[in-house]
Design a binder for this molecule. Structure first.
Ligand code: IMP
Ligand code: MG
Length: 177
């Protein structure tokens, strides 16, 4: 079986230098914080979270949360379902949600509301990518890697029907194949 590698949109080098910048900014902003918890959103954020967290210069804990929004298609229904909640006690902690991509904004908005019920001290958001023109709900991204257009991207954790997640770069595919 042949494999057509997706066309590069954001190179591995560009991702790595942006991740370094984001980690420096987060380390500075949370310099006096002893109870930062990074909440990675599975599955898409697993690679971004791994790279980002290892470059932080501050104490931090890692939690994961899993949601499902699109099933296996690429059309947002706006309906978000919690598949796995955090395991640890995050009450009174400073949460930083780490997402792969913000498209319509429904997922991140849902997550903020859901995590608030755990009564954390604060919640901020970090996303590697945002589809700037696709927003349907307003949600603040405190730390953003890249803005892209309305196209389907894969790699660096992102998938299309579970494919391409482990590409080292972010590529574009036609979501019909
Ligand atoms: P939203 O709720 O529409 O903002 O969608 C957010 C979620 O949809 C992300 O966390 C991804 O899991 C998925 N998603 C949206 N756009 C893309 C894409 O271009 N590639 C891969 N996954 C995507
Ligand atoms: Mg995601």
């Amino acid at each position: 079986m042949s494999y057509d590698a997706p066309e590069v949109l954001i190179s591995e080098d560009d991702i790595q230098s942006r991740v370094t910048e984001l980690a420096a900014q987060i380390s500075e902003d949370y310099a006096d914080c002893n109870d930062l918890v990074l909440v990675g959103v599975l599955k898409g954020a697993f690679i971004f979270l791994a790279d980002l967290s290892r470059q932080l210069k501050i104490p931090r804990l890692i939690e994961f949360i899993a949601v499902s929004s699109y099933g296996s298609s690429n059309v947002s229904s706006g309906a978000v379902r919690l598949v796995m909640d955090v395991r640890g006690n995050i009450e009174g902690k400073h949460l930083l949600i780490v997402e792969d991509i913000v498209d319509t904004g429904h997922t991140l908005k849902y997550l903020i509301g859901m995590l608030k019920s755990h009564r954390p001290a604060s919640i901020k958001t970090c996303s590697l990518v945002r589809k700037a023109e696709s927003a349907q709900v307003e949600v603040k991204i405190d730390y953003l890697g890249f803005d892209i257009g309305d196209e389907w991207v894969v790699g660096y954790g992102l998938d299309y029907a579970e494919q391409h997640r482990t590409l080292p770069y972010i590529g574009i595919i036609e979501p019909t194949e």
